[in-house]
Design a protein around this ligand. Structure first.
Ligand code: 5AD
Ligand code: SF4
Length: 456
């Protein structure tokens, strides 16, 4: 934590004394954003604000925005309109931050059309948030705190985590890949890796606090760069797995082009690493992949996926797929379906291509009409769902270790947890175990979106 920011934390804390002020954070987008929001929450708690879910009753509202796909913008503007009305009757501080604010056209729009927003902050200046809040409270000043250059990494920000058992740990920021459809490299800047000793320190202290499951986060985790001793992502995985108390380790997202053999070995050698690995495909056709600037062909992807499945017993794969990239023909889309048929993905995150201003793909004239994009999306969804039930059958009769996360949303009488392959498992509630316990279960029933287990 920066020293001058600690001063601002203390100043705001003093001002908020005995006022019982509430804050609410609305987070859009990926787990990196969720992790940033946990840090914003950590700073706000230190400033004597208390978290509530219902933003309509909050004294300070933060939007942590995402700009990867365009529907997020409509949602944001809808919510800002709602808050404008609340602000007319009540003193509420409205802060908007995250990726969307790093986009020049969005920032201009915010300034011209939404002048009542109190704080606008970017992804590289989050550590100054206490100062922004102080200025907004003290001077009633509109604060804009955004820089274009790649941010430094600030260690030691306070953090208020959403779970007591599962924690995310960001290992790197930014992306150098410039996939032609993607805005992330423009808003999150170039790759910056955290020092391995800082990451391990954080995971060790999480283990001491009782956390059992860790997710290592980054836009491109397997291009992580460490130091002389812990050189790369494989080394980091091996070290994280040595930490006592941590029972499960996940990571998102790796890039297929950087999936080296030492990472495959690290997964194979460490049972703690989840048996579901996210391997974003994006498209199944080599020409489309080239135009996406993904740096692998259909065959290379298939070979890598098959090699991983062959070498690591019990492994499953999840993936991201975009349909309707500019110029994608029906035949080329068929290649995506072909890969889905060949690799029995455990989970598929499906996206309709969304034009992002400033990216290479958005300048193309051969954009695909919405109707065709939706048709392809539905076709992919149908294929995926038709395989889910069959895929679930493989679990029947197997023993699985799950971490009990809480009451199940599928059935009040049951707890739910997840297998190492991220399948939801429900078990009957029983006095012998509680939330946060790891239990071994035998799978007795399969349903489309969850499995039923019996403790063994
Ligand atoms: N349109 C649709 N999906 C996108 N993604 C990234 N950019 C776009 C876009 N412009 C998807 C990719 C990525 C995931 C996080 O979001 O599949 O892996
Ligand atoms: Fe975007 Fe590609 Fe970087 Fe992922 S690897 S964040 S899809 S540019």
């Amino acid at each position: 934590m920066l020293e001058n920011q600690e001063q601002f934390i203390n100043l705001v804390k003093e001002k908020n004394k005995n006022k019982n002020l509430k804050y609410s954070i609305l987070t859009m987008g990926c787990q990196l954003n969720e992790n940033d929001s946990e840090k914003l929450a950590g700073m706000l708690e230190e400033m004597n604000f208390t978290q509530i879910n219902d933003y309509k009753n909050a004294d300070l509202i933060v939007f942590n925005t995402c700009c990867v796909r365009e529907n997020a913008e409509e949602r944001l503007f809808g919510k800002i309109g709602e808050i404008k009305k609340i602000k007319e009757n009540k003193n509420v501080i409205l802060a908007i931050g995250g990726c969307m604010m790093q986009e020049k056209n969005m920032l201009d729009k915010m300034k011209s059309s939404y002048p009542f927003v109190d704080i606008i902050f970017g992804t590289h200046t989050m550590q100054n948030f206490p100062e922004d809040v102080y200025k907004a409270i003290q001077n009633n000043e509109k604060v804009k705190d955004i820089i274009d250059i790649d941010g430094e990494i600030y260690e030691g920000l306070p953090i208020k985590r959403n779970s007591k058992f599962k924690a995310s740990v960001t290992i790197m920021y930014g992306c150098n890949n410039f996939c032609s459809y993607c805005i992330v490299p423009y808003v999150r800047g170039r790759e910056r890796s955290r020092k391995p000793e800082k990451i391990l320190e954080e995971v060790k202290s999480l283990a001491l606090e009782g956390y059992k499951e860790i997710t290592l986060l980054g836009q491109n985790v397997n291009s992580y760069k460490g130091n002389d001793k812990i050189k790369n992502f494989a080394d980091l995985l091996n070290e994280v797995c040595k930490i006592e108390g941590i029972e499960r380790v996940n990571f998102i997202s790796p890039h297929p082009k950087d999936f080296t053999d030492d990472v495959i070995d690290a997964i194979k050698n460490n049972e703690k690493i989840s048996r579901i690995i996210h391997l974003p495909l994006q498209a199944g056709n080599s020409k489309v992949l080239k135009e996406m600037n993904r740096k692998y062909t259909k065959e290379q992807y298939l070979n890598l996926a098959q090699k991983m499945l062959d070498e690591i017993p019990g492994l499953t794969l999840s993936t991201d797929i975009i349909v309707g990239f500019p110029g994608e023909t029906e035949e080329e889309f068929e290649d995506t379906l072909d890969v889905v048929r060949k690799i029995n993905f455990e989970q598929i995150f499906m996206f309709i291509y969304s034009e992002r201003e400033g990216t290479v793909a958005s300048r193309r004239k051969d954009q695909i009409p919405d109707e065709i994009k939706h048709k392809r999306f539905n076709k992919l969804k149908e294929l995926y769902e038709s395989r889910v039930d069959e895929n679930n059958k493989k679990y029947i009769g197997t023993n699985q270790k799950i971490l009990i996360e809480g009451q199940s949303k599928y059935n009040n009488e049951t707890f739910e947890g997840r297998t190492s392959t991220n399948k939801v498992v429900i078990i009957d509630k029983n006095d012998n175990y509680k939330v946060g316990d790891s239990v071994k279960v035998k799978i007795v029933e399969d349903h489309r979106w969850y499995l039923k287990g019996k403790v063994v």
